[in-house]
Each structure stands twice: as structure tokens, then as C-alpha cells.
Ligand binder design. Structure first.
Ligand code: CAA
Length: 379
């Protein structure tokens, strides 16, 4: 595996770092507190090419590889995980899914706006009774000839209100179980589409997570992604890539918390010395740095396999499982190193600790990642 970063990779990393520091850092605490979606910041991210990084230039995207995406996700997530989850869903689940499996018409119709951040997308799989067990879709998409009629409810949808385009996973033929599920693109403005309750969350509070309701919503058959019954496989496939994005998000939360801790340890004095001179703190920093490096390598390995066109389901699950664990551990240690300052909002690490938790839950819990990994091992 060649992890040598090219000039282009380094330029993307630098651009993302610069953007995060200058545009995301100001106001990040207030947005978290007020649960305020970073609308202006996401628009700028679109203009800079961060919302459709891997989309082909033919459809208005950056045409970059997955490694570039991992590097950018890490830098954005170091500062603002609410902005980065929006970026991750748009890039991995929505844009990549449409480009990989959508018809030419769908690509032409939706990708240029999605890739440039003029609009954003959402991926609607989870339901009150279909979280980990994604086959249990209660939302129905009934075939009516040239269109489907959709009824049902989706829960915990990232970008639920801010997205204009939603990929909805729904059951069309219950007899066929997961092979009767379809993936359909719907627009928020369509009749029968209602945005429901906004969740009041522990972390990533500035991202907008909503329930959605569909009441006799008509979706043209031409908006189906792939063949009839391909929806479940579509969802599993995009989640394989999505997990690389969330792994990189977790990596960014960990490295952001680590960098703040390192800086703090060099400034804060106790017992006559900077706390970085105390071995108790040195051991913590050494462990944090080692775990982050290992998580980064797993992220880059999964990205590299994807870029080479090899199977990356197991690698992306490993990256997500480990990086999310590291995000939780490192951000908790970061609060500990900061002591009382770590427990208050101004120092950022308490937010990072709250944000870290979701990386062990969404796009498949840690337990789901272990199922995916075990299946790969035992196959
Ligand atoms: N990649 C590709 N295909 C896969 C796959 C994978 N990782 N996992 C399963 N499949 C395919 C199988 O090959 C099988 O295909 P066939 O029809 O040809 O046999 C089909 O899908 C069904 O597979 P299983 O029988 O193995 O399915 P299962 O019911 O046992 O479930 C699971 C497998 C891994 C547990 C799956 O349900 C899963 O990943 N659940 C978690 C769902 C999830 O991640 N939800 C997150 C919501 S999205 C989100 O969080 C976005 C956000 O807002 C940030």
C-alpha cells in the first residue's frame, strides 16, 4: 500500500485546513449551542469544491480520489464535525451513489448542483423500526406504472431540512424482502413531503437531523436508482463508502482534540512546570498520537482500496470501528488533560467529546461494523 501523499493531496489538505480555521472556527461554539445549521459555511465549502470532491468534472465535481476526500474530511472535522457530517453525506452517500448507480439523466439532473453545493442532499434509510436492521423498511414505494407512490416515515435524517434532494429507501414488494426494496430520488418541494421534528442532540448539534414524513408522494419511475429491487444493495454499497467518510470524521475529531491538548500542555503550568513536562501527561499524549496515526492509516487504506477498484467493505468497517473508538478515547483524554478548562465550552474539547459519540452510532453502530468485518473474515 502506497501512502505517499502527492502534491495534489497536500494542496487539498492545506486548503481544507485553511478553510476550517478561517471560516468554520469563528462561531463554531455558538452554532453548537444554538443548534444553528452552518448554511453560509456549507455554501462556501461547495464553492471550494468540498461538497462533490469525487464527482467527475463532467458533472461539475472535483474529480478527486478518495484519499483527498479523507484528508479534507479530517481537516474540516478537526474544527467542526457538524459541517463535516453534511459534507460526508453529500459526498459519499448522495453524490457517489448517484454517479455510481444512477441513470445518465439523473446524473445530469442532480449532480452539478449537488457537487457545487448549490443544493445539498440527504440519504433516507433509517426508520423508527429499521436502524441497524435496515431490511425492515416500513416506508412503501408502490409501483403505479410510470411512477411510485411513497408513504412512510424516516428518522434521524442528516441534512433532513436543509437538503433539497433526498434518496429514499423504500419497500416496493414485501414478498421479495430486501430484494423488493428500491432507492428513489425525491425533491423536498414535492407534494406529500413533510419535514418533521428536529432532534435536540447531544453532539453535532449544528447539523440538522429530522424525521421526514411522506404522504402519497408521487415519484417518477425515472427517479429510481438502478434496477427494480436494487435499493437495499444500493444502500449497503453507498454505506461502504460512507463509512470511510465517517471514519475520517472520527479521525478529525480525535486529531483536533489532540492538537488542542498538545498546545495546552505546552502552555499550562502546574507544580512549577508546563504540564507537558509531567510524565503523566506525556504518556497520555504519546498514546493519543499513536492511536490517531493507526486510525489515519486504516482510513487511507480503505480509501486506497476504493480508489484501486478493489473490495473495501471490510476495510471501511475496520476504519470506522477503530477511528470512532479513537475519537471517543482521545477526546475524553483531551478533556482530562484540560482539567476544569476542558469541561467548559470555550476550550472546544467538551464539544469534541460530545461529537465523537455519534461516530460510534451512525452509518452503522460499532456492533454493525464488527458484523461486516466478521463476515469478511469468515467468508
Ligand atoms: N456491501 C455490499 N453488499 C452488501 C453488504 C455490504 N456491506 N452487506 C450486505 N450486502 C448485500 C448482501 O450481499 C445481500 O445480497 P443478496 O441479495 O445478493 O444476497 C444483501 O445485501 C442482504 O445482505 P444480508 O442478508 O447480509 O443483510 P442483513 O439483513 O443480514 O444486514 C447488515 C446486513 C450489515 C446488518 C446491514 O443491515 C447494515 O449495514 N445495517 C446498518 C445500516 C446502517 O448503517 N444504517 C445507517 C443509516 S444511514 C446514516 O446513518 C447516514 C447519516 O445520517 C449520517
Amino acid at each position: 500500500m502506497d501512502f505517499q501523499l502527492t502534491e495534489e493531496h497536500l494542496a487539498v489538505q492545506e486548503a481544507a485546513r485553511e478553510f476550517a480555521q478561517s471560516e468554520l472556527l469563528p462561531g463554531v461554539i455558538e452554532r453548537d449551542e444554538k443548534q444553528e445549521f452552518p448554511t453560509e459555511q456549507i455554501k462556501k465549502m461547495g464553492e471550494l469544491g468540498f461538497m462533490g470532491m469525487m464527482v467527475s468534472p463532467d458533472y461539475g465535481g472535483g474529480g478527486m480520489d478518495t484519499k483527498s476526500y479523507v484528508l479534507a474530511m479530517e481537516e474540516i472535522s478537526k474544527v467542526d464535525a457538524s459541517a463535516s457530517v453534511c459534507m460526508s453525506v453529500n459526498n459519499s452517500l448522495v453524490c457517489w451513489g448517484i454517479e455510481e448507480y444512477g441513470s445518465e439523466d439523473l446524473k445530469q439532473k442532480y449532480l452539478p448542483q449537488l457537487a457545487s453545493g448549490q443544493i445539498i442532499g440527504a440519504f433516507c434509510l433509517s426508520e423508527p423500526e429499521a436502524g441497524s436492521d435496515a431490511t425492515m423498511q416500513r416506508t412503501t414505494a408502490i409501483d403505479q406504472g410510470d411512477h411510485y407512490i411513497i408513504n412512510g416515515t424516516k428518522n434521524w435524517i442528516t441534512n433532513g431540512n436543509s437538503a433539497s434532494v433526498h434518496i429514499i429507501i423504500a419497500q416496493s414488494d414485501v414478498e421479495k424482502k430486501h430484494r423488493g426494496i428500491n432507492a428513489l430520488i425525491a425533491e423536498k418541494s414535492w407534494e406529500g413531503f413533510t419535514v418533521g421534528k428536529k432532534e435536540n442532540k447531544m453532539g453535532i448539534r449544528a447539523s440538522d437531523t429530522h424525521s421526514l414524513m411522506f404522504n402519497d408522494m408521487k415519484v417518477p419511475k425515472s427517479n429510481r436508482i438502478g434496477e427494480d429491487g436494487f435499493g437495499f444493495k444500493f444502500a449497503m454499497s453507498v454505506l461502504n463508502g460512507g463509512r470511510i467518510g465517517i471514519a475520517a470524521q472520527a479521525l478529525g475529531i480525535a486529531s483536533g482534540a489532540y492538537e488542542l491538548s498538545l498546545q495546552y500542555a505546552k502552555e499550562r503550568k502546574t507544580f512549577g512546570h508546563e504540564i507537558a513536562k509531567h510524565q503523566a501527561i506525556q504518556f497520555k499524549l504519546a498514546e493519543m498520537a499513536t492511536k490517531i496515526e493507526a486510525a489515519r492509516l486504516l482510513c487511507l487504506q480503505a480509501a486506497d482500496l476504493k480508489d484501486q477498484g478493489k473490495n473495501y467493505a471490510q476495510a471501511s468497517a475496520m476504519a470506522k470501528l477503530y477511528a470512532s473508538q479513537v475519537a471517543m478515547e482521545v477526546s475524553t483524554e483531551a478533556v482530562q488533560i484540560h482539567g476544569g478548562y476542558g469541561f467548559v465550552k470555550e476550550y472546544h474539547v467538551e464539544r469534541m467529546m460530545r461529537d465523537a459519540k455519534i461516530t460510534q452510532i451512525y452509518e452503522g453502530t460499532s456492533e454493525i461494523q464488527k458484523i461486516v468485518i466478521a463476515r469478511g473474515i469468515l467468508k
